[in-house]
Design a protein around this ligand. Structure first.
Ligand SMILES: [Zn+2]
Length: 233
């Protein structure tokens, strides 16, 4: 076999490994990004709920202060009842008492609603915290595994990239630049098998005489359609 052909076949194997590793590294990197997104999202959910609980608690405290003031007012009005002299004064006091009592019941109702709200928010928060903890634990081990995977594929990629570059000097100057250029295309295929008369790079049938030349393996032949180098075997 022509030495450029065998050389390119070997280099193509190295290059295929480089590309496979690159792909795996990217996939692992994407998975890490996915996990980090999940962590941020769950932490954000917990923070939003905590903030909402803080607001509800502060409203509850505000209502309780108002309620205490109204209760104090009611007690004060009640204590004045015996000191009244006229019916007009009695009516006025009665009106004030009625207003304060109604204000009191409104506040009590609001406080009860806030307490219910706080209870359900706390339950949702507990669930969100549990979920965030779960995501944290799971992602920690997954990210460690993915980082290890990236290290392993990077080492393998570097090794094959080095072998590829080293081997390039073994190719003739007549094929080397085109070979390198073709490895830089989308799927990185620079030399492909010919299956009968079909180029496996572009699946197009090459002229009969070209297929015959390829099968002799003594001369470097390119696909008449896609330009990739061809080999048979
Ligand atoms: Zn082709």
């Amino acid at each position: 076999m022509n030495s450029d052909i065998s050389g390119m076949i070997e280099l193509q194997r190295f290059w295929d490994t480089v590309l496979r590793c690159r792909d795996e590294i990217k996939k692992a990197g994407d998975s890490i990004q996915y996990w980090k997104g999940q962590i941020d999202e769950s932490a954000g959910r917990v923070e939003t709920l905590r903030e909402s609980i803080r607001i509800s608690k502060s409203s509850q405290r505000g209502r309780e202060v108002e309620l205490a003031a109204v209760e104090e007012k009611i007690a004060r009005l009640e204590s004045r009842r015996d000191t009244l002299r006229t019916e007009r004064e009695a009516d006025a006091l009665q009106n004030e008492l009625a207003a304060a009592t109604s204000e009191k019941s409104v506040l009590e109702e609001e406080i009860l609603l806030l307490m219910d709200e706080l209870e359900s928010k706390s339950a949702i928060l507990a669930e969100a915290e549990r979920e965030a903890g779960e995501i944290g634990r799971q992602s920690e081990s997954d990210i460690a595994m993915l980082e290890e995977r990236i290290r392993r594929f990077t080492a393998q990629m570097d090794e094959h990239q080095a072998r590829f570059e080293e081997g390039l000097s073994g190719l003739s100057a007549s094929v080397r630049p085109k070979f390198v250029k073709l490895t830089g295309t989308a799927n990185g295929k620079a030399i492909v098998r010919i299956d009968g008369e079909i180029c496996e790079g572009c699946r197009v049938k090459v002229p009969f005489h070209l297929a015959g030349e390829v099968s002799k393996r003594d001369r470097v032949i390119s696909c008449s359609n896609c330009g990739r180098f061809l080999y048979s075997g």
